[in-house]
Design a protein around this ligand. Structure first.
Ligand SMILES: [Zn+2]
Length: 589
């Protein structure tokens, strides 16, 4: 452990103390929780009940919950006879579905983004504020300046904390550099984080504050020192040194609380984070303190094999650590998933740093997040160790790299039901989808890429053909590849119904629909945020559908997504959720 790590740990130990103090006095004003749990149970009826069990729509009349579990599904008359003492929950025309599952979201990123500044190409709507989008370089610089000045004027501004602004994207906002940030903020440390979260820019004050020096990065091709620009592994490597300056514990806890509000408002009862950090005592400590308040959702974590390899230089040691995590850290609502690991292939789609077979129109090239030899070795070791491997892969060349490694492994070390899952999958073609299906590879995709990027990427980098065919979901679902959707917040709003809407309509930001042959039906799209999302994290026997024996986790919607016009799906209001039998209604409703 070097001195920087020590400083980080001590800071975080300090955070833990502060946080520990905070938890006790937090009154959680955003929720009114009505306890519906009685030992006699609750009969839900009087509206559509969409179970998401099986391959087609099933709508029973009544569901009974007892002790947090689903114990009966059938007619109302039978439910009333069998559970005479149960209380009734009348849906009054609302729709009951399994609670939505977010299989890929980063609480740490949410905790940093939400309480800080957001200046992005499009609007971000939060429970009590909308951060307006800006789509031209002059407008962006003006907003940046206003924001920096506003922060500077705050009495509480601490010259030792880093002011963070998320959402920059060069295709909308033009060039950015250390020099520009120095001009706008000569006295306060400022960090601008790219829309992709895979790049960061610092001004001089920030570089001094963190203690970075030119010498240590002179051979790093993923750092442009002159521009104060760190990207992909150049940024991932220094992130643990930067994070302590981005958010003190109080701000971090506020960020987690805002994330929690969004989770509840959008009908989610389970989230998972693939690629959880390696600072188990720090980041995990804060999350653990937050979850001790028992918010109405579960959090599952999957360790990052890439980060652990960086720490140990050895996959075997990483595996030993991963195997110890559940017994060491699991609580009732925050758990490491056993025998699962997250790896990283190519760069971020929002940065146009994914690896593309046919390159980019302007001649720039993609990046590997993990050197190829290491990536192949990591996939091989975890495959042989019988792990479920989750791999971040975005471009067709990045995805092809994984396909080829798995093809070789299926020859040398064949595995049934390995469930290796590709995450994000920005661009791939139909032929690759066929290979994916043949190899038993599964998918967790971000359909929102099409909405956010198709218009701009048609003009820059990819051209129309590729940009209009981002995230070809139907090529996968037609071949029975299990597909879940995720927001990878903040790579999409943490809104499962918005993801469903994008996949069903394939409408992009300018309002134009693309690649209609890749539209999927509403039921298949709903599976992607319920039962298939449960499968992505190997929990399909516990959650994800309304079936006897499963957890009584539900979302209650004002309208049935199977009945409204496809264009209206994202506007369906979430009335509330039921988590392990308890009703939760967000106070904003
Ligand atoms: Zn992610």
């Amino acid at each position: 452990m070097n001195t920087v790590d020590l400083r980080y740990m001590s800071l975080l130990l300090f955070f833990s103390w502060v946080v520990f103090g905070l938890v006790g006095c937090d009154s959680q004003p955003q929720l009114t929780a009505t306890s519906a749990v009685k030992s006699a149970g609750v009969i839900y009826h009087g509206g559509d009940i969409v179970t998401m069990a099986g391959g087609s729509l099933d709508q029973p009349e009544a569901v009974v919950e007892q002790g947090g579990k689903i114990v009966f599904i059938g007619t109302l008359a039978e439910a009333a006879r069998g559970f005479a003492k149960a209380s009734n929950f009348e849906l009054k025309g609302k729709t009951l579905m399994p609670g939505f599952i977010e299989p890929h979201v980063h609480p740490s990123i949410a905790a940093l983004v939400l309480p800080n500044e957001i200046i992005a190409p499009y609007d971000w709507v939060f429970p009590n504020v909308t951060k307006k989008g800006v789509r031209d370089p002059a407008g962006y610089k003006k907003r940046l300046e206003e924001s920096i000045n506003r922060n500077n004027a705050r009495e509480s501004t601490d010259s030792n904390s880093l002011f963070m602004i998320w959402g920059y994207h060069q295709l909308w906002h033009g060039d950015l550099s250390r020099e520009l940030l120095n001009r706008l903020a000569p006295n306060q440390p400022v960090a601008v984080i790219h829309r992709s979260f895979h790049e960061i820019f610092f001004n001089d004050r920030a570089i001094d504050l963190i203690g970075l020096n030119a010498e240590e990065f002179k051979d790093n091709p993923q750092v442009n020192w002159e521009k104060g620009h760190f990207f992909e592994s150049g940024w991932m490597n220094i992130a643990p040194r930067v994070v302590p300056f981005l958010a003190g514990s109080q701000k971090y806890m506020l960020g987690l609380d805002l994330m929690s509000q969004l989770i509840q408002k959008n009908g989610i009862t389970t989230i998972a984070e693939p690629g959880s950090g390696t600072d188990f005592k720090a980041e995990l400590g804060l999350l653990n303190h937050y979850m001790a308040q028992q918010p109405p959702f579960n959090v599952y974590l999957i360790a990052s094999g890439t980060k652990l390899y960086r720490n140990f230089g050895d996959n075997q040691k990483a595996m030993e650590l991963i195997d110890r995590l559940p017994s060491k850290y699991n609580t009732s609502n925050l758990q490491f998933l056993p025998k699962q690991v997250k790896l990283f292939a190519d760069g971020a789609i929002y940065s146009q740093l994914m690896q593309m077979k046919d390159g980019y129109l302007d001649g720039h090239h993609g990046e590997w997040m993990t050197p190829l030899e290491d990536l192949t070795q990591q996939i091989t070791d975890y495959w042989r160790g019988d792990y479920k491997v989750h791999i971040h892969a975005n471009g067709d060349k990045g995805i092809q790299q994984v396909i080829e490694t798995v093809t070789a492994l299926q020859q040398s070390d064949p595995r049934q039901d390995h469930r290796l899952t590709l995450h994000h999958m920005g661009y791939f073609d139909d032929q690759q989808a066929a290979q994916i299906a043949n190899l038993g590879i599964e998918a967790s995709v971000n359909p929102f890429y099409l909405w956010a990027l198709a218009d701009k990427y048609a003009e820059f980098g990819l051209g129309e053909e590729r940009a209009h065919n981002l995230v070809r979901i139907k090529s996968l679902t037609d071949r029975n590849v299990p597909v879940s959707f995720h927001s990878d917040f903040s790579m999409a709003p943490i809104e499962p119904l918005t993801l469903v809407w994008t996949a069903v309509n394939r409408i992009a930001s300018e309002g134009i629909a693309y690649s209609p042959d890749q539209k999927i039906d509403v039921y298949t799209a709903l599976k992607a945020v319920t039962i298939s999302a449960a499968r992505t994290i190997n929990l399909e026997h516990e959650i994800g559908s309304i079936e006897i024996g499963k957890q009584a986790n539900f979302v209650i919607l004002e309208n049935n997504p199977m009945r409204v016009e496809p264009q209206e799906i994202k506007d369906i209001e979430v009335y509330g959720t039921v988590f392990k039998g308890k009703l939760n209604i967000p106070i904003s409703n």
